[in-house]
Design a protein around this ligand. Sequence first.
Ligand SMILES: *Cc1c(COP(=O)(O)O)cnc(C)c1O
Length: 220
Amino acid sequence: MSVKSHYKLVCENIKTAYKDAKRQDKEPVLAVVTKNFPLDDVMPLIEVGHKVFGENKVQEAEQKWAEIKKQKPDLELHLIGPLQTNKIKEALGLFDVIQTIDREKLADKIAEELKKAEYGDKKFFIQVNTGSEEQKAGILPKDADAFIDYCKKLGLNIVGLMCIPPVEDEPSPHFALLKKIAKKHSLKELSMGMSDDYEIAVQLGASLVRVGSAIMGSRA
Ligand SMILES: *Cc1c(COP(=O)(O)O)cnc(C)c1O
C-alpha cells in the first residue's frame, strides 16, 4: 500500500473514532510525522493538500522543510522533539508550533527571543511527562500546574499540552491525566496519540494526533 492510501485510512479511522466518541468539539487534526523520511516521500501528501506535519529534530527539519515552506506558506510545521536552548532561533524561524516546552530555562529563552525579533504567530504546547519517566523529556505532573502558570506569565501563547506515554503502559490513563491537567487550566489543545494508539487518544479527547509509521512506513 502507498503512503497516500495509508494516509486515507488513518484519516478515516480518526473520523470514525471521533464520531463514535460523540464528541462535541472539533474534529482532531492529524500531524503526519515525517522524521527520517525525505521530502520526496512526503510530497504525495502535500499534493493531496495535507498541511500539518511534525518533525523531532531542528536540523533535519530545516534541511527538509525550509525551502518548501517558502513556496507553500500554508504548510504548518510542528516541533515534537526536545528543543535545546542553542537551537531556539532556528526553531522559531522554521516551526509554527513547538510542542515540547518543558523547563523554565527553555521558556525564558523563547520569551526573550520572541521579544528580539518578529517571528509571527507562534503556538506552544507544554510537554508533560505523564509517566514520570526519568529519561523522558517533559515537566513532571506534580510540577505541571506551576509550570503552566509560569509560561503564561511569560506571555507565551500556550495552547495546550502534549504527552508521550511510556511504551510499556496502557496509554489511556496517561491521556486522561493530560486531559485533566489541561481542563484545570482551560487549555483546549491536547496533542496525544501516535500510530499504535491514536484511535484511543481520539476517543479520550485528543485535538491533535501525531502519526508517523502508520502512514509513512517503518523508520529504518
Ligand atoms: C516519532 C514520533 C511520533 C510518531 O510515532 P509513530 O509511532 O511512528 O506514529 C509521535 N510523536 C513523537 C513525539 C515522536 O517523536
